[in-house]
Design a protein around this ligand. Structure first.
Ligand code: PLP
Length: 387
């Protein structure tokens, strides 16, 4: 079937890129060692700091989020070092797999993919580690496979309560620019991010915000690293340069996306995401369907993962919605394959896009023969109308 109008890209990343950003990306590529580039570097590095909530360095890589994961690990921990992480879902599992491949000794706390990392468990594991063998705690802030957000400030408090020196490494690939986040105030040592979700850019940039403690650890660990090494990048950034060719045009886009976030105001950006997420949940509840997230303190503002009832397959539903209404929804990942579908409501988004998205979901559920109650769509619209 041929389609007209805009495709609805409602996966939780990559997200819709604003026209302003697309136009910025299309500017001619310039000399990355020239004076104009120095200005661009300074602008994006300064503009990123408030988004991460840090006054320290933010490293930009020409990479996907996975590269930024690797950078966080190879700069802070050496083969044989112990790390603590939590099975919150597919992305936490992939990061664990990477830690194993990098030769780390991984303590992976099992989970049911419906809850975030438990702060009490963090405290217990660290208190039991009396000789401080654990060098880092790795947490995915927003688990994109489940729509569950871990409570980072409570995890920080748990580490402090255990008086443990482990570094705190946090993945914010699908939460930064969507949900309140404070690298400095929450005592995070490395914040990992990518460009293609809340930052409204195409894929291709990876980020590490780093604390002084993390930088000091990087100076001491014994492990080979080169491309991901923070030190030469921090050094080059001081004069507005990079040690190797940066992703020039993506940096133009980043400058524009940061301008948009700052024009709207970060508190407004977060409130908008929270409001859209609440409306999406109102729809899901109204239809009589279940959310994948089992703890209301941990609802994601970026996406909503919906459990398919009975024997209905999520992938067939998504296929019907794609064919009929030209909308892409997120699939179930890993052990949730075919069992959930995910509605992305992050990034460049507004009320009527959400209304359109939820309309497409409702029509798709009917067409797929999934038994749902009436009233879900109205519940969402009422939420948008009155909040
Ligand atoms: C998307 C995502 C990643 C992976 O990023 P890539 O750019 O695909 O490498 C990692 N963590 C989370 C939480 C994500 O949502």
């Amino acid at each position: 079937m041929s389609h007209t109008g805009r495709h609805f890209l409602q996966i939780p990343g990559p997200t819709n890129v604003p026209d302003r950003v697309l136009r910025a990306l299309s500017a001619p590529t310039i000399d990355h060692r020239g004076p104009e580039f120095v200005k661009l570097t300074r602008e994006v590095l300064d503009g990123l700091k408030p988004v991460f909530g840090t006054s320290g360095p933010v490293i930009i890589y020409p990479s996907s989020g996975t590269g930024a994961w690797e950078a966080a690990l190879v700069n802070t921990v050496a083969p044989g070092d112990k790390v603590l992480c939590f099975e919150t879902g597919h992305f936490a599992t992939l990061w664990r797999d990477m830690a194993l491949k990098l030769g780390l000794d991984v303590d992976f706390v099992p989970g049911d993919w419906r809850r975030g990392a438990n702060p009490q468990t963090v405290r217990e594991r660290l208190e039991a580690d009396t000789d401080h063998a654990i060098k880092a705690v790795m947490v995915v802030h927003n688990e994109t496979s489940t729509g569950v957000t871990s409570r980072i400030s409570e995890i920080r408090a748990a580490i402090d309560a255990a008086a443990h020196p482990a570094l705190l490494l946090v993945d914010t690939v699908s939460s930064l620019g969507c949900m309140d986040y404070h690298h400095d105030a929450w005592g995070v040592d490395v914040t990992v991010c990518g460009s293609q979700k809340g930052l409204m850019l195409p894929p291709g940039l990876g980020f590490n915000a780093i604390s002084e403690k993390a930088q000091a650890a990087a100076g001491k660990i014994d492990r080979a690293r080169s491309y991901w090494d923070w030190e030469p990048i921090i050094e080059a950034n001081r004069s507005g340069a990079f040690p190797y060719t940066p992703a020039t045009n993506l940096l133009y886009g980043l400058r524009e996306a940061l301008a948009m976030l700052h024009e709207e105001g970060l508190p407004n950006v977060f409130a908008r995401h929270a409001r859209h997420a609440a409306a999406a949940r109102a729809a899901v509840r109204g239809w009589g369907l279940d959310l994948q997230c089992a703890d209301e303190r941990e609802y994601s503002s970026s996406l909503t993962a919906v459990r398919m009832p009975g024997e209905s397959g999520a992938d067939r539903l998504r296929q019907i919605i794609l064919d009929r209404f030209d909308m892409s929804l997120g699939n179930g990942l890993g052990r949730l394959k075919d069992a959930v579908f995910r509605i992305g409501h992050l990034g460049h988004f507004n009320d009527l896009q959400l209304a359109g998205t939820l309309s497409g979901v409702r029509m798709g559920l009917h067409l797929a023969g999934v038994p749902i109650k009436d009233g879900g769509l109205d519940a969402a619209l009422d939420h948008l109308q009155s909040n």
